[in-house]
Structures are given as structure tokens and as C-alpha cells.
Design a binder for this molecule. Structure first.
Ligand code: PLP
Length: 230
């Protein structure tokens, strides 16, 4: 299967999952996760109308933004070290993985120097796995409130990565929890905070995530094929 074929199939599955959940398919956007994949693969997907691409590694993102033409919306979805933020300033439209105030402060400082605002999602570690990034559920509201006070940053929603299950239905409670957490944040009415995005669901479980309200699904291997390293 080519990337074009994969993309078509994934788009159809996204639409069907949205319709099954009684949702407008246009409320779910596909983030094509292109980490470790060459620029040519990104161009192929771009030529089929794919606009949003997600990257996990700073160096790789910087290299690809230099290599590829404009018109791509880059999202940063991986663990981000504060000392690397300045390398991606202005290059990305959304950072999915803000999980601590020190990182948020550095994003605020760097985007402030540009005179722009950066849209971010707060990553939540619902399963509390030690290997995963994300704030704890019980610390989420405090973190959002603190991040919301930074002038060059805008909180647009939440992101999570559930544990891996063979059966995607097993991930659903985690997706549901993220939606409920977003509702709690919304109810807190923190000035400047909007919960419009729920970034959840990957190749193996994006349909379950859509059933629970995902607005951004991050799909890599189902689109570009298995990754050879990392
Ligand atoms: C790699 C990655 C994905 C995509 O995973 P696939 O299973 O290949 O679809 C999604 N989100 C994050 C944060 C990732 O690191």
C-alpha cells in the first residue's frame, strides 16, 4: 500500500468513527506522525492534501522544516527539553506535550521574543506510567492555571498517551478520562483557557479515541509504515 492509499483508508476510518459517534467528521483532524520518516514521505502525504505533521525530535523537526516547502503545519508531539525550545520557536503551530511549568515558562519567553503566541496542549499522564511524560491528573488544574497566566502561550486543550493494548477498546477508559478532565478544566473557567482540542488516539486506537471525543488523532505507522528505529 502506498502512502496515498493509506491516507485515504485512514481518512475513511476517521469519518466512519466520527459518524458512528454522532459527530461531524470535520471536527476530527489527522496529525500525520512523521518521526524517523524521510522528507519524501512527508511530501507524498502533503501532495494528497495532508497539512498537519507531528514530530517528536527537535533536531529532526528543524531539519525537515528547512528541507520542505512552506504550507505544512508542524506540531511538536514528543518530550521537549526546555533547553531545546529556542530551536523550534516560530516553527510549530501547536505543542502537544507541555507537562510542567518550567517548560511552559521557556516557551513563553521564546515566543515572547518573537512577539507571538504559541498554542499548547497540556499532556496528562493518566496511566501514571513512569516512562511517559505528562502531568498527574491531580496536578492538572494547578498547572493549567499557572500556564494560563503566561502572556505568550495559549492553552487549547489536553493530550494523553494511554498504555499500549492489543485491544483498542481497552484504551477507551483513558480517552474518556481525558475528556472528563477537559470538562473539569472548562468548569473551572480559568481566564484565557479553552478546551477545544483533545489530542488522543494513535494507529492502533484512533477510532476508540474518536468515540470518546478526540479532535486530533496522531497517526504514524498506519500511514507511513512501521518505523525502523526508535
Ligand atoms: C510515535 C507517536 C505517535 C504515533 O504512533 P503510531 O502508533 O505509529 O501511530 C503518536 N503520538 C506520539 C506522542 C508519538 O510519539
Amino acid at each position: 500500500m502506498s502512502i496515498a492509499d493509506n491516507l485515504k483508508a485512514i481518512r475513511a476510518r476517521i469519518s466512519e468513527a466520527a459518524l458512528r459517534a454522532g459527530r461531524d467528521p470535520d471536527t476530527v483532524r489527522l496529525v500525520a506522525v512523521s518521526k524517523t520518516k524521510p522528507a519524501a514521505a512527508i511530501e507524498e502525504a502533503r501532495n494528497c492534501g495532508q497539512v498537519i505533521f507531528g514530530e517528536n525530535y527537535v533536531q529532526e523537526l528543524v531539519a525537515k522544516t528547512a528541507e520542505l516547502p512552506e504550507g505544512i503545519s508542524w506540531h511538536f508531539i514528543g518530550n521537549l527539553q526546555s533547553n531545546k525550545v529556542r530551536q523550534i520557536v516560530g516553527l510549530v503551530d501547536l505543542i502537544h506535550s507541555v507537562d510542567r511549568i518550567s517548560l511552559a515558562r521557556e516557551i513563553d519567553r521564546q515566543w515572547g521574543e518573537l512577539g507571538r503566541r504559541c498554542d499548547v496542549l497540556i499532556q496528562v499522564n493518566i496511566s501514571q506510567e513512569a516512562t511517559k511524560g505528562g502531568t498527574r491528573c491531580d496536578e492538572l488544574l494547578d498547572l493549567v492555571a499557572e500556564v494560563a497566566r503566561l502572556p505568550h502561550l495559549r492553552v487549547k486543550g489536553l493530550m494523553t498517551m494511554p498504555p499500549f493494548f492489543d485491544n483498542p477498546e481497552a484504551a477507551r477508559p483513558y480517552f474518556r478520562s481525558l475528556r472528563e478532565l477537559a470538562q473539569q478544566v472548562e468548569a473551572a473557567e480559568i481566564p484565557g483557557v479553552e478546551m477545544c482540542e483533545l489530542s488522543m488516539g494513535m494507529s492502533g486506537d484512533f477510532e476508540a479515541a474518536i468515540a470518546e471525543g478526540a479532535t486530533l488523532v496522531r497517526v504514524g505507522s498506519a500511514l507511513f509504515g512501521e518505523r525502523e528505529y526508535r
